[in-house]
Design a protein around this ligand. Structure first.
Ligand code: ADP
Length: 204
């Protein structure tokens, strides 16, 4: 692409101004794990609790972006990478807009998650690994996808016919095959409080 004629415009209202207005900071909570490990469930419960406390949030969900932003992409390694590149850029805009953004994506490759981490300042990218045994995910199978993958009806299915690389240094590990949903939410919200993204008294 020829971008010689495109210049970057600095804007007058910055992220810090938005943080002051909102009384909380923004960040990207990146939830990764196998299908059915609980990403959407935890993202939605976390958002509900944050929203109740007047915190500006938005969820970017893997299934949802594939209906719009990435509807031209499939599930090969190349397409997954492009999907996550787009999502990363969109998440950056949301974080710049002062929104505490929650992303729920299988995101099976370390390199792709690192690519997104690099878009953010230290502390702004919070990688949450849902560590859930494949057998538990497969037993849950809320969308019947594992059944289809085992029958060979879905190609490149993470955990069955495509790899999942466990995060090397995630900020948070949640063993969602052992701990209840509430405890997962508590662990994430404690991290948000301890790192000053949300204020102690702001979150109940
Ligand atoms: P994903 O978004 O990772 O594909 P979903 O959130 O759609 O996963 O589905 C996970 C399913 O597992 C949900 O039906 C959820 O209620 C269930 N579940 C049972 N126990 C837990 C737990 N401890 N943590 C998260 N999800 C759980």
């Amino acid at each position: 692409m020829n971008d010689q004629n495109i210049t970057w415009h600095n804007q007058k209202i910055g992220k810090q101004d938005r943080w002051l207005k909102n009384s909380h900071k923004s960040a990207l909570v990146w939830i990764t794990g196998l299908s059915a490990s609980g990403k959407s469930t935890i993202a939605n419960e976390l958002e509900r609790r944050l929203f109740q406390c007047h915190i500006n949030t938005l969820i970017l969900d893997g299934d949802n972006v594939r209906h719009g932003l990435s509807k031209d992409l499939g599930f090969t390694e190349k397409d997954r990478k492009e999907n996550l590149r787009r999502v990363g850029e969109m998440a950056k805009l949301l974080v710049d807009a002062g929104i505490l953004t929650i992303a729920a994506f299988i995101s099976p490759y370390n390199e792709d998650r690192m690519m997104i981490r690099r878009l953010f300042h230290d502390g702004e990218f919070i990688e949450v690994f849902l560590k859930c045994d494949l057998s538990v995910c497969e037993a849950r199978d809320p969308k019947g996808l594992y059944k289809k993958a085992r029958a060979g009806e879905i190609k490149d299915f993470t955990g069955i016919s495509a790899p999942y690389e466990q995060p090397e240094h995630p900020e948070i590990i949640l063993e969602t095959d052992r701990i209840p949903i509430d405890e997962s939410i508590e662990i994430i919200s404690s991290h948000l409080k301890n790192t000053g993204i949300i204020l102690n008294g702001q979150y109940l």
